[in-house]
Design a protein around this ligand. Structure first.
Ligand SMILES: [Zn+2]
Length: 204
């Protein structure tokens, strides 16, 4: 039994997962990044930490199928169980936020992954003051041979997906990244586009 959620372009959505539940993040149009955050449901100050994952679990710069992701307390929170996007993921770029759009010369309000996270968590009574490093799904940002971080035009394809299994009861937020500023960061080509999510509940 799947629970499907359509996340319109530029917005985010929160999901309450029990240990064993699976979440499939799908890019129906391709060429679109989805920012993925996870928090311990029992203690939301404990979040999925890319840096702790890198040193104590994966020893790898990029999310890969089979990896276990850890919280900042180094507790397993999420397993990457199926990659249908040819390893086009990273955890290098911070989530976009109002300050980033301001630096890029945008005047007035611009939707952001940081705000989408805060809104989804506020709906669960959780105030987020610091935005964790997200898993950037369907992203073509990479380090080059000189270790420069380069964002190539987003090469993800329609129907690309990534499936994660919760290893503890957790809150997950997925943001359809609103980035649309003409820069050297073509993270959402021709977009922003929506993202779809399917939840598969574990057998009770
Ligand atoms: Zn974003």
């Amino acid at each position: 039994m799947f629970e499907s959620t359509h996340i319109p372009a530029r917005t985010g959505a929160g999901f309450d997962l029990r240990a064993g539940d699976r979440i499939k993040v799908i890019s129906p149009h391709g060429h679109q990044v989805a920012d993925f955050f996870a928090f311990n449901a029992a203690e939301p100050a404990e979040y999925l930490s890319a840096r702790h994952t890198l040193v104590s679990s994966t020893r790898h710069l990029y999310p890969r199928q089979g990896q276990i992701f850890l919280t900042a307390l180094r507790t397993p929170i999420m397993k990457f169980v199926a990659d249908g996007a040819r390893e086009q993921h990273e955890m290098l770029l911070a989530a976009c936020d109002p300050a980033r759009y301001s630096l890029l010369g945008v005047s007035g309000h611009h939707a952001s992954c940081g705000e989408n996270l805060q809104t989804a968590m506020a709906q669960r009574g959780v105030v987020i003051t610091e935005i964790p490093q997200p898993l950037n799904l369907f992203s073509s940002t990479r380090a080059d041979e000189q270790d420069n971080v380069i964002t190539h035009p987003n090469a993800s394809q329609p129907g690309d997906y990534a499936v994660f299994e919760a290893l503890m009861d957790c809150l997950v937020v997925v943001s359809a990244c609103p980035f649309d500023v003409e820069t050297q960061f073509p993270v959402n080509v021709g977009g922003p586009h929506p993202i779809d999510v399917e939840i598969e509940r574990a057998e009770k």
